[in-house]
Ligand binder design. Structure first.
Ligand SMILES: [Zn+2]
Ligand SMILES: [Zn+2]
Length: 170
């Protein structure tokens, strides 16, 4: 995952292709757990604009996660983009903070952490097996995508529920 930037010492070199795979089994963040079912693939380039160097790579990944509504595992293929300006670690003072910066050190760029961060940002806020997932029945716990359990789920205001418990009907 370490990319050698020393080719850019040659002023005539204006781009460098970046391609590879990252083997990562799983990822845990915000109480979620994503399991990668195949290596994460990335493919793109580092290119020069004037004196500056920029990175742009496409990331493809396939993962498995548990649905936040029905609790069934689902798998999905997704993609995202990682791009930003390369900055040597020592020279980070006084930079324009609006830009996405990617740091390298000693002519080497370690991409793994940036790839993983880009994936975290691209994942949906809430894991869902599919958009219309009906979730679990609040009464019997059945997966309502598979089983139409016919339960009548009363939507009772909790304040009234307290009153109902205080004055149970005979
Ligand atoms: Zn679901
Ligand atoms: Zn039910």
């Amino acid at each position: 995952m370490s990319i050698d930037l020393s080719n850019f010492r040659d002023e005539t070199v204006i781009s460098l292709s970046v391609e590879g795979q990252l083997n990562k089994d799983s990822l845990e963040f915000n109480g979620r757990r994503i399991r990668f079912t195949e290596p994460i693939k990335y493919d793109g380039e580092i290119y020069k604009v004037g004196k500056e160097k920029y990175l742009h790579v496409n990331i493809n990944y396939r993962y498995e996660e548990v649905c936040g509504r029905c609790l069934e595992a689902f798998s999905r293929e997704d993609k995202t983009v990682l791009s930003g300006k390369l900055v040597e670690k020592e020279n980070e003072i006084g930079l324009d903070e609006d830009e996405d910066l990617i740091y390298y050190y000693d002519e080497r760029l370690e991409l793994a952490e940036y790839v993983v961060d880009a994936i975290i940002v691209s994942l949906p806020m809430k894991p869902l097996c599919h958009e219309g997932c009906k979730g679990l029945c609040a009464k019997c716990g059945a997966n309502r995508n598979k089983d139409d359990c016919q339960c009548v789920v009363e939507d009772i205001d909790p304040r009234f529920a307290i009153l109902r418990d205080l004055f149970p009907r005979e």
